[in-house]
Each structure stands twice: as C-alpha cells, then as structure tokens.
Write a protein that binds this ligand. Structure first.
Ligand SMILES: *Cc1c(COP(=O)(O)O)cnc(C)c1O
Length: 399
C-alpha cells in the first residue's frame, strides 16, 4: 500500500527543498519597488552573498535560471569568434560549451569522461600548446550534477599559472554553491556562476555571477555586450537594485534574504561540513548495499572526487527507474533521473538515478530517504548487500 501521504522529500539535485522560512518570507503583498525596505534589503544582501562565495569581488544578480548565468558570464568576457577551453566531466560541461557556441564562441572541449574528474596535467598541456593565447577562458563545473564528480579548482588554477596562460578561470558553481567548500579568491577563480534553486534554497529564477578584478578588466576590454546581460550596472551595489533590466524579482529577493539568514546563522563552514557528513552517510549505505554482489554502484569510485551535494548511482538494468517510481508512489520521496549516463547496454540510462542532498537537508531526512531506498529495493526485488542502514547510522552517530 502507498505510505506517501505526509511531508514529501524532493531528493533531486535542484530545485531543492524550500525551507518554511523562505516560503513564508515570499508570502507577502507586492512591495513599493522605488524606496523603502526592499531597496535597503538588497544592498545589505551583497556582503552576505559574497560571504557565500568567499570573495572580495563583486556580484551581479540576474532574473534567470542557471542557463542564463552561463550565457551572461560568457557574454561579458568573450566575443563571438573568440575561443574558450571547456573541461567536460559530464552533461553540464557540455551544456556550458553549447551555450558558448550559441553566442558564436568556439568551444574547444577537453573531455575527461564521467568517472575520474579533470586531469590538471592534460589541461596544462592544452594551455601550453596554445602559444598564441587564443583561449579567453577555461570553463569547468565545480560539481557536474550529472556524473556527481567534484572538480577541485586549485589544480586548475595551478595549471593556468604553470602554463603562464592569461585565460580567465570560470567555475560553474550552480550545484555546489552553499553546499561545497569554496573559496573563490583563495582558490584563484575569476568568475563563479550560480543559481538560486540549489544550495541557496530559493525557487529557480535568480542567477548570480561573482567576478574578480581580472574579470572586470576583461569586461572593460569588450567592444560590446548585450544590454540585458551586461553586468556593469548590476555590479554596483548603490545602483544595481534599479538595474534588473526592468522590474526587480521582488519575491525571490525576499526568499533569498531568508535563505541567507539561514546559511549565515548556521555558519557557511558548518553548512559545508553538514553536506560532507550527510554525503558520507549516503555513501556508507550505498557501499554496503553494493557489497556481497549487491547491484548498487556509486558512479564515482574515489570518495575524494565525489560531490557532497548530489550522488549519481547505478542499480543495473532498468532498476534505477523502477526504484524511483516505487519510492515516489509508495513513500513520498522523489529521486532524480539519471542524466547523460546512457550506455550501449542501457541506451536510456534507466539503470541510473541521482540523489539530491543539497541545501535544506538534515540527518533525519537523509536517514529516512535511505530507509526508503532499502524498502524500495526489497519491494522491486533488487539484490543488495547487508548493513546499509547500520552503516549510515554509524556515520551520523559519529558526526
Ligand atoms: C542545475 C545546473 C545547471 C543548470 O541550471 P538551470 O537553473 O537548470 O538552468 C547548470 N550547471 C550545473 C552544474 C547545475 O547543477
């Protein structure tokens, strides 16, 4: 029988669970947009956003989803006909490359597959070979949400420096911001993009571009930038409230204010640690279920390369889809579909699924979700090794 009535858990990698505080903050009449609370509220949000990205740089807010952030970031620093180098570690790297191509930019891809992350030595080699410095930027996903690989930005910065290459280092932090440890300035990232609906716990519709001085210089050297995407007016905290390019996204901003309060009340370092511990909880269960000839496999074998915000995993044959359907119908848990994981034996990637564990997620949600997965595997008849829930409880107990 279905036991799904009750509070559901949307365990997909974005949109993420919305905190009640965010929902309540958004539930209010339309404000005066010319003066008063909302103007001061937005100005005060800038330092709080910069503290999430760990940067002394500036931030531009757009009314868009992550795809808009992808396009806006490129439109400000790369002209049509110029080149970027894209490090691909799953579906999302290709997505940013395609966005570049849509702008008439040549996107040269370095594809590292979906299992092992970016090889900084190969990146360095490609940069050294570019003796004319034709690449304006190196693009990568901090977390690729399809493969659930996490790419450390530091070796990439080191590769650029070792090759003496002036390209900007541009990070897609849409799945990772406010989930994964990230220090934009200390790690040498020039441009970081993110969206509102993952670690920031606000509905989809706001995008953020963090830029350092080098990125601003690159923008100044551009002959022309489309009026709507131009970040210049948006970077000025005195004025940017008026520069949403039209009416400000009032209620998303109310929600964001509440979300930033949650993040900074908890402490951003603690937020990162919570994500790490909950991710280890999930891995421990899944590894136990994969033991003893169990069917479950984490996509990324090396824990050091795994995201703490999303986990891609396989259950063989079409069992990823079957499990997703069972837990949605019977237990109120919605899992993510496998993305970009099709193989010859599994052309639709139905063996795969993903667990989103980003944002407003705590121990009881994760333990409940894992208990539900075990019930689902029993119900659909998937063989799994013993001790998954015990292993998970042990991680939570030891913190
Ligand atoms: C979700 C996501 C995107 C796309 O964001 P949308 O808001 O869906 O456009 C891009 N990159 C990564 C890494 C993501 O996780």
């Amino acid at each position: 029988m279905s036991l799904a009535a009750g509070r559901p858990y949307l365990a997909i990698p974005g949109p993420s669970v919305m905190p009640d505080a965010v929902l309540q903050a958004m539930h209010q009449p339309a404000p005066n947009i010319y003066e008063g609370d909302i103007v001061t509220m937005v100005q005060a949000m800038v330092p709080d956003l910069r503290r999430v990205a760990m940067t002394e740089g500036k931030v531009a807010i757009y009314i868009s989803n992550g795809h808009g952030a992808w396009e806006a970031s490129l439109a400000n620093v790369v002209s049509p006909g110029e080149k970027v180098l894209v490090c691909v570690t799953g579906r999302f790297g290709n997505g940013w490359a395609e966005m570049a191509e849509g702008l008439g930019i040549e996107a040269v891809r370095l594809d590292f597959g979906t299992k092992t992350g970016i090889d900084a030595a190969r990146l360095e080699e490609a940069l050294r070979a570019d003796t004319g410095h034709s690449y304006k930027a190196v693009l990568f996903s901090h977390v690729d949400t399809a493969s659930s690989l996490r790419n450390d930005p530091r070796p990439l910065r080191a590769a650029l420096d070792a090759a003496g290459h002036p390209a900007l280092l541009m990070a897609d932090c849409i799945a990772s911001m406010a989930c994964e440890e990230f220090h934009m300035d200390a790690w040498g990232v020039d441009i970081a993009v993110t969206g509102s609906q993952k670690g920031l716990m606000v509905p989809p519709g706001l995008a953020f571009i963090f830029v350092n001085r080098r990125a601003e210089e690159a923008r100044r050297a551009m002959p022309r930038v489309s009026r709507y995407w131009d970040w210049t007016p948006r970077l000025d905290p005195e004025f940017f409230y008026q520069f949403f390019g039209g009416t400000a996204p009032t209620h998303h901003l109310f929600g964001l204010r509440a979300a930033l309060d949650l993040l900074h009340d908890e402490g951003i370092e603690h937020v990162w640690k919570r994500h790490q511990t909950l991710a280890r909880t999930i891995w421990a269960a899944c590894e136990a279920w994969g033991s003893d000839n169990g069917a479950m496999r984490l996509n990324v074998a090396d824990p050091a390369l795994r995201s703490h915000a999303v986990t891609a995993l396989g259950l063989g044959e079409r069992n990823g889809s079957a499990l997703r359907q069972w837990v949605a119908r019977n237990a109120g848990v919605t899992l993510g579909i496998g993305l970009g994981m099709a193989t010859e034996e599994d052309p639709k990637g139905e063996g795969f699924f993903r667990i989103g564990h980003m944002g407003h997620v705590n121990a009881h949600m994760v333990l409940g979700m894992l208990g539900t997965l075990e019930a689902g595997m029993r119900a659909i008849g998937v063989h799994h090794g013993p001790g998954g829930l015990e292993a998970a409880a042990r991680v939570v107990a030891s913190g």
